[in-house]
Design a protein. Sequence first.
Length: 286
Amino acid sequence: MSSEVTANGDPVTIQCKDSALPDAWPDRPIATFRRILSTLLFGGGAVELPAQLPGRDALPDYLLREFHRVPNGYYSRLLVRGYERGFERAMLGSMDRNRDWLARAVQGRQAVLDIGCGSGKVIGAVAQTGVRDLWGLDASPYQLCIAAADFPEVSFVQGLAENMPFEDARFDAVTACFLFHELPAEMQDAVLLEVRRVLKPGGLLAISEPSPMQLSTANPFTLFRLAGLRGWYFALLARFVTEPYVEQWHARDLRAWAECQGFTVQQDAQGIPFRQLILQLRRGRT
Ligand SMILES: C[S@@+](CC[C@H](N)C(=O)[O-])C[C@H]1O[C@@H](n2cnc3c(N)ncnc32)[C@H](O)[C@@H]1O
């Protein structure tokens, strides 16, 4: 995890070129082909981290789960790139539109941070709108090295969204795409508090997460009326993928939660497959 800071108080960014990341078990595919197949078909268990992984000891247990049936979760050199492509396809191409929405939500702000940035596509979309002070933060160095290769104009930092290595009021806006539903409830709270700390008063938090509608709408006719065949598809997908904490996210009254932590809800749109919110940090809070 990045704990060193530069002269201006920002954390040191991840350096991927010089030190290749260590192999995790799925990076030795011949020996582990059966294990990979079994995880894809039946889901898996805990993540195993290589001993030399940067930041290994700071990674909390709740993160070390296999999300979405990806063998070893977000921790494999080989699989993260494949996961990224598979995710785009599994979402039927809707992620580009979603990223554009996030980028437009923070357009015109000076300093923008994407938390749980994964392979960097959201902050890459923000860069397209002309923002120049661009940051991405993620727990997985495997994800960050893909991001750093694809978006050299962005500063990427290994860190935890619930304990960020940034100074208070550093950012004008924060984006979070498909992060909160992967956190246990107490971490969702901790991340919102941390975002409040690193945002300037009046700053924005733009969130996009899976909509609760694909899990909560049991009636197939209603699903079809709402979103046609895509409604059925996303309802099936939501039941198939491993999402250990998604119920804890959907159980929240998000508007009350945000208001209670000092944010005003500017926008809250729900459909299939996304729920998208824009929250503004009220001025005058400490
Ligand atoms: C579903 S992926 C979303 C990636 C990216 N935002 C996107 O939309 O493509 C969730 C990402 O959040 C990261 N993550 C999960 N918990 C985190 C935490 N507490 N702090 C930082 N990153 C975290 C994971 O490593 C993973 O890259």
